[in-house]
Design a protein around this ligand. Structure first.
Ligand code: R5P
Length: 229
């Protein structure tokens, strides 16, 4: 069985009637959105907020009732993927460019479930280049300041043109190789004028659901690393 699907479907078990649900972005969150649609067809009543235009389109096709960010004052549960998960359950996100809306959802959610396959687990963050969303008009200046933090920044390109986020910004992928202090780094990055947000999610998950190729899952909680079943 697909480990991403296994993890995502487990997390959807935590969705209950009446909830406002944050829908993540990417190939793992995709399975959560599919499962939520299935549960709606079986009688579940929820409203959802999408973390990207692509997820909004998917949810719309699947008949999931959507509300805009402006129409809610809290989110009960968000289910989303990640590019890396470290031993403290800190994350790198933004491989799909959706990190800003994803972080707003996660920060405003009572519960934030992260769904990954086992390949996303690392001892320390940094193998995956850290996505940073920046405003386009001063990008060269902002990129110089990012370089001063000892990373190699590369503007993300798609088919020869800069990737543009749903918010009209650029993504700079910053290779740090190894991130020793994610708390400090996220603050340093976000203090640079021109940076909109970075893909470090520090201390945010309620739990991380890890799916394995043999169909088993492991639920990792911030202080309790048990539960392989
Ligand atoms: O911007 C995209 C998101 O942060 C994704 O959740 C992340 O990149 C993981 O995506 P996937 O599940 O496709 O590996």
């Amino acid at each position: 069985m697909n480990p991403k699907q296994v993890a995502a479907e487990k997390a959807v078990e935590f969705v209950e009637d009446g909830m406002i649900v944050g829908l993540g972005t990417g190939s793992t969150a995709f399975w959560a959105t599919q499962k939520i649609a299935q549960r709606i067809s079986e009688g579940l009543t929820i409203r959802a907020v999408a973390s990207s235009a692509s997820t909004e389109a998917l949810a719309g096709q699947l008949g999931i009732p959507l509300v805009p960010f402006s129409g809610i004052d809290h989110i009960d549960i968000t289910i989303d993927g990640a590019d890396e998960v470290d031993d403290q359950l800190n994350l790198i996100k933004g491989g799909g460019g959706a990190l800003l809306r994803e972080k707003i959802l996660a920060r405003n959610s009572s519960r934030f479930y992260v769904v990954v396959d086992e390949t996303k687990r690392v001892h320390r963050l940094g193998r995956f280049p850290l996505p940073v969303e920046i405003v386009p008009f001063a990008s060269n200046l902002t990129i110089h300041r990012l370089q001063e933090l000892n990373c190699e920044p590369v503007v993300r390109m798609v088919q020869g043109s800069p990737f543009i986020t749903d918010n009209g910004n650029l993504i700079v992928d910053c290779s740090f190789k190894e991130i020793l202090n994610p708390v400090e780094l996220q603050q340093q990055i976000n203090l640079i004028p021109g940076v909109v947000e970075n893909g470090l999610f520090v201390g945010m998950p309620t739990a991380v659901v890890v799916g394995y190729g043999d169909g088993t899952i492991q639920i990792l909680e911030p202080q309790n690393r048990s539960g392989h079943s």
